[in-house]
Structure formats: structure tokens, C-alpha cells
Design a protein around this ligand. Sequence first.
Ligand code: FMN
Length: 335
Amino acid sequence: MPLPKFLSTFLKESPVILGMRLVVELFDEWTQLMFNLGAARCRGTKAKIEAKLTVEYHAIEKGLSLGAPRLGFGEKRILTLVSDLRWYHSVFNDRAFLERPLATIRGYISFNQERGFEPTSIRKAYDDFLDDIGPSTEPAAQGGVKLVKRSDIQGFGAQFEAFANTRHSLRNYSDAPVTREEILAAIRIAQRSPSACNRQSWHSYVFMGAEKDALLGFQGGTNGFTESVGAAIVVVGDLRNFFINEIHQPYIDGSLFAMSMMFAFHAQGMGSIPLTTSFKRRKLREFKRRFGIPDYHTPVMIIGVGHLKEEFHVAWSARKDVSDAVTFRSEETRP
Ligand SMILES: Cc1cc2nc3c(=O)[nH]c(=O)nc-3n(C[C@H](O)[C@H](O)[C@H](O)COP(=O)(O)O)c2cc1C
């Protein structure tokens, strides 16, 4: 027998019921975090230890990019890093990964040398390590710091505003197929997004054809235009990169990546739409199972992408006043 309306509304809005439902949702999330966060069994999982090492070598790059770094800073930390890299090499032996921290240490050594300081112990540890592991067949990575000129950056302003103002969520695409090259080009640009300690925890799963239709059908937010979407890209964040203070970081880094990807498609003259993966946990588990997404990957959103028709309508999606998006807590400071 259906509940009377007033009772079902009361139960739906009851904080007690909400609290109980949240416990179920959060318990499921808790199990995912328990088994996948980088904090536990860090040394046993390649992706986890790589994230930890990335945090470490990125600290060197950050230090070098300060206005006037102290020469020879961080000696102990860098020596520890070299010994951790030795350990990583002995267990996982992935030279492609090692190239990035090694390039950063090289950058540190030359930065100091160019300023008349010889980081003797670090140089020795680095040279000994390289002697032991031998030459690399991997392309050399860039690391350390690079010099940027103000003139390289200034001048995009008005163009960017027009660019951002012409991006819309598209719900009506042409029949032209989306190619792998177009997707890879957008993902390469999206990889320029900032991420916490440059861990780049994002990943993309690309679906086309019937699998794309099934995925969007499951997601449920593209009714009326599922088939016109050229490809669906599930953006996920990898929990193995993160520690206990960072349980929501996959969503943050993943969203920055997703936004850049949408702008990158826009720059290619294509259209896109972000689509939610905010499912209840049971549906989320089913989504991941059906579409082959491992437990450590947390879905952030789906991006539908396709080519533009000559003319099409988009929702206005009017924005609130700018004052709604900002509160200045301090008076403007003037020189
Ligand atoms: C995380 C996220 C999930 C979204 N999910 C859907 C969706 O399921 N279906 C849909 O039609 N639009 C979806 N949208 C698109 C929003 O409706 C749209 O971004 C918003 O109205 C602003 O419009 P604009 O993107 O055209 O500027 C989503 C947007 C975001 C950021």
C-alpha cells in the first residue's frame, strides 16, 4: 500500500532518514578509500609509490622556482629521494617513470652549479645511481625550472574571454565522426592542467559507437541526443595518488583536467558537454562494473563530444551576477 503523500514527503525530508542513508553511502565510499588510497601499503603498489615519489621530486622543482632559492637547499631530502628511487628501480624497474625525477635532480644540480655552488653529495649520489642503472633508452625528460618571459604570456586576455564565452554545453551534434587523433589532441592539452603536486591522477576512458550509446543510456542525462554524441569520455581520478587528507582530491584534479579538455575541444572547433557521474554508490558500482572501470578509479564526470552543425541552438544557461561568485574579505591594497 503506498504511503500517504504527507508521510512520504516527511520521510524524504527527514534529517534522520537522510542521516541513515548517508551512512550507507559513506560506508561504501569508506571501503573504496580503505583499499585504494595511497596511504596504505604504499610500497607494495607501483602507482602509489610513484605518486609519493612525485610529491617528493616536485618539492625540488617548487623550491627552484621560488624568487631566490637558497643554494644547496634540501640536501637531506634529495639524498633520501635518490635512495627511494634506487629502491623503486630495484623493485619496479620502470625507467620511463625514473626519467622525470632524474631530470629534476639534474636540473637542481645545474641550477646550483650555474650559481657557483657545487652540491657535492647530491651530485655523487646521482652519478653513482646513474652508473648503477646504466644509460636509458627512454627519451630524456625535462625537469627543474624553465625561464618564462612576461611577453610570452601577456596578450591572450580579450581572445580568451571571447573563447570562453562561445563555449556551451552542446546537445545537438553533426554526424561527422570523432577521431582518435582529435581526442588525443584534446587530452594532450588537458594534461597541461594543474594538479596537486603534479601527480596528474586523471585518466580517460573513451567510448564510441554502441558502447558509447550504452554508457550514455546508463548515465541517463543525454535523453534525446545520445546518438548524436560522437564519443563519450569518462574522466576518472586515481585514488592511489592520494593520502588521508586528500580524499576528495581526485574530483578536484579530475575536474580541472575535464574543463581543460572541453576548452581543448572548443579550440578544435568541436562541441562538448559535461555529464554527471554523481550516482548513488550502488549505481556507481554497477557503472564501474559494466564499463570496466577499476575500483581505484573514481569517476569525476563524462564528457560527450562531437562535431558542430552549421547552426544549432544551445541553452542560454544564464550566469548569476559576478557579485554572487565573490566576496572580497580585504580592502584593495595600493602601493
Ligand atoms: C559535472 C556536470 C554534470 C552535468 N551533467 C549534465 C547532464 O547529465 N546532462 C546535461 O544535459 N547537462 C549536464 N551538464 C551541463 C550543464 O547543464 C551546463 O554545463 C550548465 O547549464 C552551464 O551551461 P554551459 O555549459 O552551456 O555554459 C553538466 C555539467 C556539469 C559541470
